[in-house]
Design a protein around this ligand. Structure first.
Ligand code: ADP
Length: 606
């Protein structure tokens, strides 16, 4: 069967998304491939479609049990025989799965990397035809990546031991050059077709808000988005508990997730979220890996994460279905310090020597600094993210809070000169807060204790608030006029860039928020989701959702595995009356129609 027919029959889609076809064609022509695509771009289809077209079995290596389960469930729902082998099965169950696989029962087998070199598995490989080895989350093979898994190196040994080398396909959402090269070299990809799609997620709106009164702001936001599903990420368990309690007190259906809960409770809470029983999840970053929930409409960061990699990965869990979604970061300077502390406490893998450990520490500190700049920049947020991942961008996206925010420009050259003089005069390095207090003329113990009240610049900027002085200082750091140490003290020093400013040869113009700023209206980008339906459509959508939930409970699968929100919305728009029309809805394939088609047709009539 050709690839378009497979796409429609099993997955219910009519066209491939950008990049998918190229990778599929590469695989089918026998070439190794490396697909680097952002979350939600549709990487799975890139190997699942060719897996169904090749004569033998495809082995998929995946790092997480939950991810494997989800994929296998979704495939089986779509009418594809697939299985997984990992530590959640008993030895007896594994033997049975291997036996059935040997009989040719499965086209795709998902395997945990730890299992690959087991005798049972190697023996199985020698008996059957393996057409392809697919490495999901391929960045786990890179020592430079954040998620290095030594067991991923087993993949290389496994491939070497196979009698005939299968096609190798690798996929990841991590784009840095180092990781990309590592994947190619370590995995030993042969003359691979490498496809890097843009990292932009057009349907996501990005916003940074100041962390002042964030509890009130979050409450208001969640209440305004009552029917929608969202995640609130916090840095610590304590924060998770506090935000969770806050939401419960206000009657919001929320659940929570962090490493301090028992594994039963974590599982229960995760399921409640995935099954749409509790629309809001409050969690630490322990939550989310391997969660494919497609209708997350917002991701709020109550605290700033440690790196842009983390931020984009976590925020990227919004809008996997391509529908419009919002990613909001609350930025507070305290979060920088909390993260510095967490990084200091970070445990290292034993095999690292002193020098490597130092390199990792420096890299972590740099990542945190660049994350902090995201919180303070006045430039386009999307542009900042994409530049960080090495992509060039247009000047403004008009779909982030900075592009939509009104700023006024001000010439602050003289204030900058005073700041630079003060840092110069103070000699010993101080942090931004101390320098701002000194310039503003604070009478605090601390300033007097340090003798800073005797400086010439002491109190010379009584006319500017400390808040504004700190804003200017952080912009000077971002513009590399000032240097800030990476330790928790973040002490300031001048760079060579300071000289022309002090000499009056270079002007400093900066952007500041206009007072009485209105909240920027969320723009309309990305494909519509339920909120775009009219009131009749909305009622219908709710009915379809109920039916879906009922089926999901009966079948014990998450609702989005039955049909995604996008498919339900497409049903509300197309209002199919018979099988032929229903088959035109995006996401309705043969197997799903057979199972659920009539029930949904009845519901649409009723
Ligand atoms: P990734 O692994 O890249 O994060 P997934 O493979 O989970 O993304 O796909 C994300 C969503 O996009 C899924 O709901 C999937 O069914 C959908 N999808 C993938 N390919 C297509 C396509 N060609 N047309 C429509 N939807 C698609």
């Amino acid at each position: 069967m050709e690839k378009y027919k497979i796409l429609k029959k099993y997955f219910g889609y009519d066209t491939f998304r950008y990049g998918q076809e190229e990778l599929i064609d590469g695989i089918l022509s026998g070439q190794d491939v490396l697909g680097i695509m952002p979350t939600g771009a549709g990487k799975s289809i890139c190997y699942q479609v060719p897996a169904l077209m090749m004569p033998g079995i495809t082995i998929v290596i995946s790092p997480l049990i939950s991810l494997m389960k989800d994929q296998v469930r979704a495939l089986n729902e779509a009418g594809v025989h697939a299985a997984y082998i990992n530590s959640s099965l008993t030895e007896g169950q594994i033997e049975k799965a291997m036996y059935l696989a040997g009989q040719g029962r499965y086209k795709l087998i998902y395997v945990a990397p730890e299992r690959l070199l087991s005798e049972l598995f190697m023996d199985f490989l020698s008996r059957v035809q393996i057409s392809m080895v697919t490495v999901d989350e391929a960045h786990c093979i890179s020592q430079w990546g954040q998620d290095f898994r030594p067991s991923y190196l087993n993949i290389v040994h496994m491939i070497q031991r196979m009698q005939t080398r299968p096609v190798v396909s690798a996929f990841t959402a991590t784009a840095t050059e180092e990781v990309k090269n590592d994947i190619q070299c370590v995995l030993g990809l042969q003359n691979p077709r490498v496809l890097v799609t843009g990292f932009d997620r057009e349907n996501l709106y990005f916003e940074v808000q100041s962390g002042q009164q964030k509890d009130t702001k979050i409450l208001q936001y969640i209440k305004e988005h009552e029917k929608e599903s969202g995640i609130v990420y916090c840095a610590t368990r304590k924060n998770v508990e506090a935000v969770y309690e806050l939401l419960l007190r206000e009657g919001i259906q929320a659940t929570r997730y962090h490493a301090g809960l028992s594994s039963e409770e974590r599982k229960r809470n995760q399921d409640q979220f995935i099954f749409d029983e509790k629309p809001v999840m409050v969690a630490t970053n322990a939550f989310g890996m391997g969660i494919d929930k497609s209708n997350v409409r917002y991701v709020i960061h109550y605290n700033m994460p440690q790196s842009m990699e983390n931020y984009y990965q976590e925020a990227g869990r919004a809008g996997r279905d391509g529908g419009r979604s919002e990613c909001i970061l609350f930025y507070s300077p305290q979060d920088v310090r909390i993260n510095q502390f967490l990084l200091e406490e970070k445990e290292f893998r034993e095999e690292l020597d002193q020098e490597e450990m130092q390199a990792v520490k420096e890299r972590d500190a740099l990542r945190l600094k660049l994350m902090t700049f995201y919180g303070t920049t006045r430039d386009c947020l999307r542009g900042y993210i994409l530049n960080y991942f090495g992509e060039k961008t247009k000047r403004r996206c008009e779909n982030c809070s900075n592009c939509l925010h009104e700023y006024q420009e001000e010439d602050v050259t003289e204030i900058c000169q005073d700041i630079l003089r003060c840092i110069w005069e103070a000699r010993r390095g101080y942090g931004a807060g101390t320098i701002a207090s000194t310039l503003h003329g604070s009478k605090s113990e601390k300033i007097r204790g340090y003798g800073l009240d005797r400086l010439k610049t002491y109190g010379c900027r009584e006319d500017v608030t400390e808040f504004r002085l700190k804003e200017i200082i952080s912009e000077l750091v971002a513009r590399k006029v000032l240097r800030s140490t990476d330790d928790k003290y973040a002490t300031l020093g001048l760079t060579a860039e300071a000289e022309p400013i002090l000499k009056g040869e270079r002007k400093m113009v900066m952007k500041f928020s206009k007072p009485a700023q209105k909240k920027a209206a969320a723009p309309k980008k990305g494909k519509p989701v339920s909120q775009d339906l009219d009131s009749k459509g909305w009622k219908l959508f709710e009915r379809l959702r109920e039916l879906r939930l009922q089926i999901a409970k009966e079948e014990k699968v998450p609702p989005y595995i039955v049909f995604t929100d996008k498919t339900l919305v497409d049903m509300c728009v197309k209002r199919p009356k018979d099988k032929e029309e229903m088959m035109k809805v995006s996401g309705v394939g043969d197997a799903k129609y057979e199972k659920y088609g009539e029930k949904f047709l009845d519901c649409l009539k009723g």
